[in-house]
Ligand binder design. Structure first.
Ligand code: ADP
Ligand code: MG
Length: 681
């Protein structure tokens, strides 16, 4: 249904929605809030800390005074409870004089600031105590917004869709609903937008997360069915070139790399097709394993393909492989780059070389498995950082010849038991050791007061010829959420660093635009990159030596660790500054884990212990992760459940042919169609 069917939504508003990627009423229902604002019980005035959004209940101690201040007026009064007093101020709100009665009790909700050394609650919302009581524990959805579109407008439009769009029938087989006790899908969608309380939000989230995992796992199993246990049509032998190459590398492989390489080598030389996941923390050295496998394929007269999540990364891999070929005289390796942005003539030449076998080490984005690419003897497909993609497509590749060996490389730290559920019966190799680094990243956890120092620090690094990342949780300003955003922040930094080029990057940009921006940063043409978490996987810019993460408290630790992996890739000392917009003991304790550990797996475990699945602090940007809501580490219980249900169903009805599977069948078909661009093993 078209958005303009919604009362109050005209073409102008519809265009704004489109900017957010919302093109229809169905899209709108799937445009989940990025955050929820909670009305928490009032706290004592004596315990208020700066930066925290909170409610206080107390008596108005003095009459409201309205004073001019420059071009605005400021209304001031004071609130008192048994533990202390705090000043309250409102700008351009002279009516507060009549709203607030001295000696009366109210609840005020706002953020505490420090002004001239004293605590102030600035522009707080005002409630009668009984009205606030009613609101306590309710959650208000916060949506990703764009200029001209208010949170209220989005919420209203969503409400209308919930009330007027026809209900889909439950697609899950009755048995699954019964065994899992999950909420109905429709109810879950309603509650993810407008949860009555935290419990109903968790229940809604569980159901939708279940769906994401369940469909993913089923789709994967169904695709795998057709290629499971197939003989390896490309048996390889290990030749002298690789032994020599390993000896000549500028570094010694770590013991873990060596172990994993031997596992890969054994697979490639074996009689069954390889399906292997290489899991290794950022910087553990996965790329070289991929290159060795590609060299081995080339030596044996076969082709291989390496697929990266972004063009920039593909180009970087390509350049590294070319350099390796040069440095070590690898005559049998003939690399070619195939990405979406090649010029028509270049693309034609690349395609011809791939078809004739003249090129045998193909590196690119998912363009390299799209229609129109045919290989002569594709023996091996490697997917780098697959969690950006999803995993289909052995099928797409196999339609043209014998199915290739598959290798997936991922930095997402998931425990082995979960890996098995998530990736099916994929073999898993873990690189559980980092190369000894000369200079580990230096970390700092600081508060907003330290921001000027952080900027000065960045300026120093820039002046020394280095580059910097700044990460913000939001794309655009949001009236309902106090958190830094990429658009305003990059404007601010352009003023702050007039001698350097500041660029911005976020998930709402078109892929082409994102590529250009990342490429310019990688080439050193821009110096500061202000970005959301889209930058998490993607570029290798050794010259970037500092990362400042704003509102670090709004991210999961695993994400922060991945982000930090963008720096510390060159020879110079690198730094990561975690700036917490709110400072509490709890937040500091959580962030301090990052200073103490550099082990992604350990960090993800600690994060899970501390936050669990119930965390409401985080901000999620839509379209920046593989799943809408699900998080492999955080939602492990639901993942396990989804894995069990999928296995049960397939055990009883491997092709989903039963009558009670009709809805599920239809849904999976739609899911696979939707994810066609994705690469699922
Ligand atoms: P990731 O696992 O995150 O993909 P990369 O493969 O990009 O990591 O490796 C990160 C850096 O470490 C690269 O510059 C690479 O050359 C280097 N590297 C890889 N293996 C080793 C090693 N055994 N010793 C020292 N440096 C290594
Ligand atoms: Mg990598």
């Amino acid at each position: 249904m078209q958005l303009t069917e919604i009362p109050g939504v005209g073409p102008k508003t519809a265009a704004l929605f489109e900017k957010l990627g919302v093109k229809s009423c169905e899209d709108l229902l799937a445009y989940y809030p990025i955050h929820y604002d909670a009305y928490l019980p009032p706290v004592a005035v004596g315990t208020l800390t700066p930066g925290a959004k909170c409610a206080v209940r107390g008596m108005i101690a003095r009459a409201v005074v309205v004073r001019p201040m420059g071009r605005v007026t400021v209304a001031v009064t004071e609130l008192e409870d048994p533990t202390g007093k705090i000043r309250l101020t409102w700008y351009n709100a002279p009516f507060m004089r009549t709203v607030l009665k001295r000696g009366q009790e109210y609840v005020f909700r706002g953020t505490v600031a420090i002004r001239k050394g004293a605590r102030v609650l600035e522009h707080p919302e005002v409630f009668a105590p009984d009205k606030y009581e009613e609101k306590i524990r309710t959650l208000v959805p916060v949506y990703g917004l764009t200029k001209g579109l208010s949170g209220n407008a989005v919420a209203k439009a969503v409400r209308w869709c919930l009330d007027h769009l026809p209900h889909d029938q439950e697609y899950l087989p009755e048995e699954v609903v019964r065994v899992t006790g999950l909420l109905g899908e429709r109810q879950a969608v309603e509650d993810i937008h407008f949860p009555e309380n935290e419990d109903s939000l968790q229940a809604a989230r569980s159901r939708l997360v279940f769906d994401e995992f369940f469909l993913f796992i089923l789709a994967m199993r169904l695709l795998k069915e057709s290629t499971a246990d197939i003989a390896n049509a490309f048996p390889m032998e290990m030749g002298w070139e690789i032994e020599e190459l390993i000896d000549q590398l500028p570094y010694r492989l770590t013991a873990a790399q060596e172990r994993v390489w031997h596992e890969v080598e054994a697979d490639l030389g074996g009689s069954r097709l390889m399906s292997r996941l290489i899991q290794g923390d950022v910087g553990s050295g996965k790329t070289v394993i991929a290159f060795l496998a590609m060299v081995m394929a080339a030596q044996n007269g076969y082709q291989s393909a390496l697929m990266a999540p972004t063009e920039v990364l593909a180009r970087q891999h390509y350049e590294k492989l070319c350099k390796m070929k040069e440095d070590f005289g690898l005559a049998s390796v003939r690399p070619v780059l195939l990405t979406g942005s090649l010029k028509a003539a270049e693309r034609r030449a690349a395609l011809r070389a791939i078809e004739s076998g003249e090129a045998n080490a193909v590196i690119g984005t998912h363009a390299l498995i799209q229609a129109g690419v045919s290989y002569k003897a594709l023996s091996l497909v490697i997917t780098d950082e697959q969690h950006r993609f999803g995993v289909y497509q052995r099928k797409a590749l196999t339609e043209k010849g014998a199915p290739p060996n598959m290798m997936v490389m991922s930095a997402t730290p998931i425990p082995r038991t979960l890996g098995v559920i998530y990736y099916g019966d994929l073999d898993i190799s873990v690189i559980d050791e980092l190369p000894a680094r000369r200079l580990p990243i230096k970390n700092a956890v600081v508060g907003p007061g330290w921001r000027p120092n952080a900027w000065n620090f960045i300026r120093k690094e820039l002046t020394a010829g280095h580059q910097a990342y700044v990460i913000c949780p939001m794309i655009e300003a949001n009236e309902e959420l106090e958190a830094e955003n990429v658009i305003d922040y990059s404007k601010l930094l352009r003023k702050e660093f007039p001698d350097h080029k500041v660029a911005m990057l976020h998930g709402r940009m078109k892929p082409d635009e994102k590529n250009k921006i990342m490429a310019a940063f990688a080439a050193g043409e821009t110096h500061v990159l202000v970005s959301t978490t889209v930058v998490e996987v993607g570029v290798d810019v050794p010259n970037a030596t500092v990362m400042l993460i704003e509102n670090a408290e709004r991210f999961g630790l695993a994400t922060l660790h991945q982000l930090r992996g963008r720096v510390g890739r060159g020879d110079a000392q690198s730094y990561c500054i975690f700036l917490a917009g709110q400072s509490s003991e709890e937040i500091r304790e959580r962030l301090d884990i990052l200073s103490k550990s550099n082990n992604g797996f350990e960090i993800a475990e600690k994060d899970f212990e501390l936050r669990g699945p119930g965390d409401l602090m985080g901000i999620r940007q839509s379209g920046e992760a593989m799943f809408r809501l699900a998080d492999v580490s955080r939602d492990r219980r639901v993942l396990t459940l989804a894995g069990r249900m999928a296995a049960d169903i397939l055990h009883d009805d491997p092709a989903l042919l039963g009558d009670e599977m009709t809805g599920l069948r239809r849904r999976i078909r739609a899911y696979m169609a939707e994810n066609e661009g994705a690469v699922i093993l």
